[in-house]
Design a protein around this ligand. Structure first.
Ligand code: NAD
Ligand code: WQD
Length: 338
């Protein structure tokens, strides 16, 4: 298949592009490079021996998107492109709605015009909000509590309406839990701009000496060690989930939603200690106040993805940290050093 990957030079997109190429698909990447570097695509080409076609295009530029569809005979789209910082989304909500919602509409209009009807969309566990019991199951009512999450919910609604209006659409909504880790080669990985918002990239920067210590947000939750629990998923397992979803919807029209998680909760301190094992020594940390908006604990019920797609996670938290550390150690400044 020829697959258009929006946001393909970003963290999850680059790992998925790599697996698509390894599986024999052709890959066309559209990315505006607002949060990534073209170097990730160079490295995907180096690792696979195959060159993705790269277009520096903003999703909001519908005419440029139409040109990409005219140039390539696209069979399916995997749609990663979007802004993803939860805290920032409350400060500049319009930018988030414009980029993530209007950008997705622009993409869908270009797909419709080009006759492409297959899309895999990056949704998020954040759509479950704070009113559900754990583990989260796909059939639960959703209700995001921040603008970023609401952009995901809105795009899910748009895709659902599209699938209802025209039954030829093949749509997968993938709700990711907490992606971490890197390709085992250490050549591609997550390269956050500025101070990392997420736990593992922050720990990795402490380990490499770019940050002084980890601030653990909350030590008084009602969890086994008092720190919050999340469902961490290795980015290679997550990438594989996209290929499985693509295979599934390719011969079954309709709208499908799957959690992509491990089904297991890991605490902040357990994650820190796993990272310490990967690095080979202790790392400095301090327990501080809770971060606004954080939930004590959540993880996926991952049984639908297993039943429908035959997909489940394969990598342990230790492997996630070892691979994340290899990437960070070999590339202390991310892609900046080329
Ligand atoms: P990322 O920032 O590394 O990748 C997103 C890519 O999209 C970047 O390369 C960016 O330059 C590009 N982009 C953004 N807006 C664009 C636009 N208007 N036009 C073209 N390109 C644009 O993020 P990621 O971690 O790889 O996340 C990929 C997707 O998965 C996002 O939609 C994100 O919301 C979603 N998601 C991520 C997580 C996570 O924790 N990483 C969890 C759940 C869902
Ligand atoms: C994990 C745990 C923090 C940083 C976010 C988004 C979610 C999804 C994944 C996109 C929490 C704690 C963190 C630090 C800490 N993204 N922590 N010190 O908040 O579960 O999910 O990323 O869709 O939508 O909300 O992930 O990695 O930020 O935090 O103690 O410096 O680590 O409080 O308990 P989160 P995270």
């Amino acid at each position: 298949m020829k697959v258009l990957v929006t946001g393909g030079s970003g963290y999850i997109g680059s790992h998925t592009a790599l697996l698509l190429l390894e599986a024999g698909h052709e890959v066309v990447v559209v990315d505006n490079l607002s949060n990534s570097s073209k170097e990730s695509i160079n490295r995907v080409a180096e690792l696979t021996g195959k060159e993705p076609s790269f277009h520096q295009v903003d999703l909001l530029d519908e005419a440029a998107l139409a040109q990409v569809f005219a140039e390539h005979n696209i069979d399916a789209v995997i749609h990663f492109a979007g802004l993803k910082a939860v805290g920032e989304s409350s400060i500049i909500p319009l930018a988030y709605y414009h980029n993530n919602v209007a950008g997705s509409i622009s993409l869908l209009r270009a797909m419709e015009a080009a006759g492409v009807r297959t899309i895999i969309f990056s949704s998020s566990a954040t759509v479950y909000g704070d009113g559900n019991s754990i583990p989260y199951v796909e059939k639960m009512e959703i209700g995001a509590t921040n603008p970023y999450g609401r952009t995901k919910e809105m795009v899910e609604d748009i895709l659902n309406d599209l699938g209802t209006a025209d039954s030829s659409w093949r749509i997968a909504l993938l709700r990711y839990f907490n992606p971490v880790g890197a390709h085992p080669s250490g050549r591609i990985g997550e390269d956050p701009l500025g101070i990392p918002n997420n736990l593992v990239p922050f720990i990795a920067q402490v380990a490499v000496g770019r940050r002084e210590k980890l601030m653990v947000f909350g030590g008084d939750y009602e969890t086994p060690d008092g720190t919050a629990q999340r469902d961490y998923i290795h980015v290679m397992d997550l990438a594989a989930g996209h290929l499985a979803a693509l295979d599934y919807v390719n011969d079954k029209a309709g709208v499908y939603r799957w959690n992509l998680g491990s089904g297991v909760g890991t605490s902040v301190l357990e994650m820190l200690h796993a990272f310490e094992r990967a690095v080979g020594h202790d790392l400095p940390y301090e327990i501080t106040g809770r971060r606004a908006g954080d939930l004590p604990a959540f993880w996926a019920d991952a049984s639908s993805a297993l039943a429908d797609l035959g997909w489940s996670t394969t990598k342990t938290v230790d492997q996630m940290c070892e691979d994340h550390w290899r990437w960070q150690h070999n590339n202390p400044n991310g892609y900046q050093e080329g």
